[in-house]
Structure formats: C-alpha cells, structure tokens
Design a protein around this ligand. Structure first.
Ligand code: ADP
Ligand code: MG
Length: 278
C-alpha cells in the first residue's frame, strides 16, 4: 500500500507520542493548502502546540506532587490592601534566587493577611520555573512524621519531605504541638538545614515559639537553624477575609501586630538579593 508523506507524518507523530501536534495537523494542512500558512509556519504551529500542552501537563503534575491544590498567584494579590508589605521585596522573591541560596523565608502576620496566598503564589512560580516544591501545614507535617515513626519509616519520610527545592510549611503557631511532634519536626529541619529553601508562614512572633512547640530547648534549636539564612517579611495589616466585615469583630478578638524579639531586628528588612549572612 502506498503511503503518502502525510500518512507518514501522522505515523511519526503517533510514534513520537505528539498527540497535540497530531490533533492540529489536519487544520494546519488545510490552512497551508489555502495559503494561510507557509510550510515553516505549519511546522512552527505543530511543534508550538505540542510544547505548550507538554508544559501545561508538566506544571499540572508538579503542582499535584507539590500538593498545591489551591492555586494563588502574585497577579491576583492586591498589594494596595497591605501597605505594610513591600511589593518589591515579594516580587524579588519571585525571581527565585532565594531557592538557589537555600534561604528560609518567614511570612509573619495576623490571620487573613495573605501569608498562605503569597507562600502558594511563590511555590507556583517555582513550579512553573521547573523547581520541585512541597506544600503542607505544620500540623500535616507533624502528623505524617508521627505516623511514619509509628510505622518504622521515619527516615524515609523525612528524606521525602526534605527533598524538594522549596518546602512550604504553612500555619506555624495555629495549633499547639506536642513535645514528640516538636522533636520530629526538628529532625526534619535538621535534615533540611542548608540543603534547600523553606517558606514558613506564622501568626506568632519568634518569641512565642517556645509556647508553640511546647519546649524552649527545641524551639531555640529550631530558630537557630531557621533564622540562619533568613528573610523575614511581616505583614502588619488587616484581614482580607474580613475586609467587608472588620467592624463586626469585637475589639477583644482583634490581634495586635506580631513583634519579633530585638536580636532578630538586624535580619529584618534585608533585601533578598543581598549575599547570605554568616
Ligand atoms: P493567611 O494565610 O494570612 O491567614 P490567606 O493567604 O489564607 O491568609 O488569605 C485569606 C484569603 O484572602 C485567601 O482567599 C486569599 O487568597 C485572600 N487574600 C488575602 N490577602 C489578599 C490580597 N492582598 N489580595 C487578594 N487576595 C487576598
Ligand atoms: Mg494561612
């Protein structure tokens, strides 16, 4: 049977698993025959469609692996709502140099100020740029480490969570941590120390970490590692969730801005692009 060049192109596209190009082939050929496309433009269109589809499939699958199920972007963040937040600093972080430098970004602020939104948005940027990420709340991480320890696979679990280029630990300080949990978390942070970037979000100041982790010694050891190559960003504004109903929240439940202890002050305000501190 005589196969035409077009038949062979179809076979090649099947063989190369280029389903998107295959799908676009007939329409593109028709446009070529009608003089709307040149041969070069046809090739460009087919390869372009295929690349676009593969890229979007890659991002989707990396998002799933990173557990990024809620998608937030920097474009959808209204910086004008949080005047205390330096937009330039956040946009500099989106260049992702902090990942290469293995730095720890602390996003601090009261509930609803956009900490998780920004953490997710930075993770989305990282995934789009081909970096691996892993997103979880502190409670989820501790629960998963506790289960792994019980099942005798703690080392494996720690190395799995510590592996991605960017680890996002959301909601430090919302729930109290039992001593065993704090120890497990310390093992993870120790495994991760100087090996990869972390974003932590918290509604509590560092001076409260002893209380958060139920143990001053473990909290001090955690802070020692998590403030070594750190970028601290504080959001001192109002809750975006409550923006239409803020006046309904009683005064007694309004949270004061977070205050970090004095020794950390010199670390704040450091632009992310500077050299690492020792
Ligand atoms: P936090 O983690 O600080 O408690 P979130 O990041 O979860 O707050 O924000 C609460 C909700 O409000 C989310 O749906 C988030 O997308 C939205 N949000 C918060 N701040 C902003 C903002 N400045 N612009 C747009 N959406 C925001
Ligand atoms: Mg949050």
């Amino acid at each position: 049977m005589n196969r035409t060049p077009l038949d062979r192109i179809r076979d090649h596209l099947v063989c190369l698993k280029m389903s998107c190009a295959l799908e676009a082939l007939d329409t593109s050929i028709r446009r070529l025959e009608q003089g709307e496309l040149s041969a070069l433009e046809l090739l460009d269109t087919l390869l372009g469609e295929e690349c676009l589809m593969r890229e979007s499939r890659r991002i989707k699958s990396s998002m799933m692996t990173a557990r990024l199920t809620r998608i937030k972007t920097l474009q959808s963040f209204d910086f004008s709502f949080q005047p205390s937040l330096d937009k330039e600093r956040v946009m500099a972080l989106a260049q992702l140099d902090f990942i290469d430098r293995g730095e720890v970004v602390h996003l601090l602020g009261p509930p609803g100020t956009g900490k998780s939104h920004l953490a997710i948005a930075l993770a989305v940027e990282a995934v789009k740029a081909g970096r691996s990420a892993y997103f979880a709340t502190l409670a989820e991480i501790i629960e998963s480490l506790t289960r792994a320890e019980r099942e005798g696979r703690l080392a494996h679990r720690i190395s799995y969570i510590a592996r991605p280029a960017l680890l996002i630990i959301d909601e430090v300080g919302y729930l109290p941590i039992q001593k065993g949990g704090a120890n497990l978390f310390f093992q993870l942070i120790n495994a991760r120390y100087e090996r990869g970037a972390i974003i932590l979000t918290s509604n509590r100041g560092f001076s409260e970490w002893g209380e958060v982790f139920g143990d001053n010694v473990v909290a001090a050891a955690l802070l020692d590692r998590l403030l070594h190559h750190a970028i601290v960003i504080e959001i001192a504004g109002n809750s975006y969730r409550l923006r239409q109903h803020a006046r309904l929240v009683p005064e007694s439940l309004r949270l004061p801005p977070i205050s970090a202890p004095d020794p950390l002050k010199k670390r704040r305000g450091r632009p992310p692009k500077l050299q690492q501190e020792d």
